[in-house]
Design a protein around this ligand. Structure first.
Ligand SMILES: Nc1ncnc2c1ncn2[C@@H]1O[C@H](COP(=O)(O)OP(=O)(O)OP(=O)(O)O)[C@@H](O)[C@H]1O
Ligand SMILES: [Mg+2]
Length: 224
């Protein structure tokens, strides 16, 4: 799936004043491309990722998925798009504390009543992240890095057309960070998944097809 961002502006109110966090972002991400977004803390990377992934709306400007504005879709179609086409991994993963690792991974298919047929695949995904023997644990009985990998498995279970990841290796040691990068590369290569990854890690960033640099809410055009 191809994503286009057209003149994205995002402002937040802070007290009486308004802060412009994204100042007119234009970027096109081709179907099957793996791009990384880098930039200093506070430059707007997470804000941009939320908007590109339909989780937040821009103050003005447009995001298009294969030419379609997701916010022009009706509620049901927007939910379908998010559930079946888009995978998310957040900077601060959001596992449900009362569900086991496996149940968390099976949440997206559960919404479509496909959790039973997806169970083996979920266990395989967890195993590929080194969590084979931890599938039935609650998140609080997993380490931070294990929780992060579980959140990744959940993002991948529906084989999304696009994967958005906000610092997916941020909480991981180098071996587990490498594991995640290799899995991203595999999914990108084999399933042609478009990947948009925010990262602080320059070595991981360079492994993407393209690196775009965000400076103070503006894309450094020399990086486009
Ligand atoms: N909901 C909000 N309300 C007000 N300001 C916000 C909000 N969300 C983000 N900001 C501000 O927007 C700016 C960009 O935030 P953002 O989270 O996008 O940065 P980032 O590049 O992801 O940083 P980091 O590398 O630390 O994760 C920051 O100054 C932040 O304080
Ligand atoms: Mg961030």
């Amino acid at each position: 799936m191809k994503i286009e961002a057209r003149n994205i502006i995002k402002t937040f109110k802070s007290g009486l004043s308004e802060v412009q966090v994204l100042k007119g972002i234009d970027v096109t991400i081709q179907s099957g491309e793996f791009i990384s977004i880098v930039g200093k803390s506070g430059s707007g990377k997470s804000t941009l990722l939320y908007i590109l992934s339909t989780l937040d709306q821009p103050t003005s400007g447009q995001v298009l998925f294969d030419g379609t504005d997701p916010f022009a879709l009706n509620e049901d179609d927007l939910h379908m798009l998010r559930n079946q086409k888009i995978g998310f991994v957040f900077q601060f993963h959001h596992l449900l504390p009362e569900l086991t690792a496996l149940e968390n991974v099976l949440l997206p298919p559960r919404k479509l009543n496909q959790h039973l047929q997806k169970q083996d695949e979920a266990l395989e995904l967890l195993a590929s992240f080194g969590l084979a023997d931890k599938a039935h644990r609650l998140p609080r009985h997993l380490s931070g890095g294990e929780q992060q990998r579980c959140a990744l498995a959940r993002a991948l279970i529906m084989k999304p057309a696009i994967l958005f990841a906000d610092e997916p290796t941020g909480n991981l040691d180098s071996a587990n960070g490498e594991l995640v990068m290799e899995l991203f590369e595999k999914v990108n290569r084999e399933q042609k998944t478009t990947i948009v990854m925010v990262t602080h890690d320059p070595d991981f960033s360079k492994r993407a097809d393209r690196e775009v640099v965000l400076v103070d809410g503006v894309l450094d055009t020399s990086s486009l």
